[in-house]
Design a protein around this ligand. Structure first.
Ligand code: PXG
Length: 289
């Protein structure tokens, strides 16, 4: 496996960065997780835009243009001969000293691109659905660390994930400070009620997920009413269907929340139809390489 670091490719064993990198010392940096299907990078431009927006907000200057980042991503896929892949773009503040002042890094950001084989969830989970729990860890407040920034600081999500694991579940739903549903630890959430889709608005401490946007796009094309609306656990428990969306998980059905069966307790028909429409979309759209 060859890994891109600051313009050069290194073998996995030699792909190393400094212990003084502020990405490690402070989680000071941003990242993206992207997927390629059958030599097509899905929504590459959207991921690059989000990466540069995250960087802009934390005042991190990425030392290459968006076009160069796209080229480097494609080059990493090609050099690794991957047709289906999971791609991780990481940009850190760079090497500094043991102080959190970002000026110590002298504007020398570290750019890393890793392309690996996709580790798919077992198909059984897509057929049977997930049991999940809502957890006590509140999603970061937008006015503290805005969830729109895909930063290297993921402890908020990791703490929620640990709670889910302690409950014997694979995934957690985090609420915002007012108790409204925010999102899962690495996925957005949708519910279906009376044939209509609902997902929390992005202002509720929810990352504007690119898979979430794709589902909204599919819904609009297929005249399925979809709403960005606040919801409480009550609406979630009483939904007809529920599913999570994310680059890694794609669309995964949820059949139980906090011990309550959702709808029939089986993946719903609209969820199943969205899964097949999403899979068809990933097969035919994207940047070809
Ligand atoms: N919410 C959060 C907090 C996320 O981190 C999503 C929603 C879904 O967004 P996209 O754009 O992917 O539909 C994410 C994305 C990982 C991993 O390694 C996590 C994400 C993406 C890629 C990999 O766990 N999270």
């Amino acid at each position: 496996m060859k890994i891109y670091i600051n313009g050069k490719f290194y073998e996995k064993e030699d792909a190393k960065i400094s212990v003084f990198d502020h990405g490690l010392l402070y989680g000071d940096g941003v990242f993206e997780g992207i997927r390629a299907y059958n030599r097509l990078v899905f929504k590459l431009k959207e991921h690059i835009v989000r990466l540069y927006e995250s960087a802009h907000t934390i005042m991190l200057k990425i030392p290459m243009s968006r076009e160069q980042m796209i080229k480097a991503t494609v080059a990493t896929l090609k050099v690794n001969h991957l047709s289906d892949a999971y791609i991780r773009l990481v940009v850190t503040r760079g090497e500094g000293d043991l102080g959190l002042d970002p000026r110590k890094c002298n504007g020398h950001a570290t750019v890393i691109i890793i392309a690996d084989k996709v580790k798919l969830y077992p198909e059984k989970l897509y057929n049977d659905g997930l049991a999940i729990v809502t957890v006590a860890t509140v999603r970061n407040l937008p006015e503290a660390l805005n969830p729109q920034i895909k930063s290297l600081n993921y402890l908020n999500n990791i703490l929620a994930k640990i709670e889910a694991i302690n409950f014997g579940c694979e995934e957690a739903i985090m609420l915002d400070a007012l108790g409204y549903i925010a999102e899962a630890t690495g996925d957005n959430i949708f519910i279906v009620k009376k044939g209509e889709l609902y997902t929390p608005p992005q202002c509720m401490g929810t990352l504007r997920g690119i898979t979430r946007d794709s589902v909204l796009e599919i819904a609009s094309k297929n005249r399925i009413p979809a709403h960005e609306h606040v919801m409480t656990r009550h609406e979630l428990y009483n939904a007809d269907e529920c599913f999570l969306t994310g680059t890694a998980a794609e669309i995964i059905p949820v059949v139980k929340v906090d011990g309550r069966a959702i709808g029939t307790g089986k993946p719903g028909t609209l969820t199943r139809s969205l899964i097949s429409k999403f899979r068809a979309l990933t097969k035919k759209t994207g940047v070809r390489y």
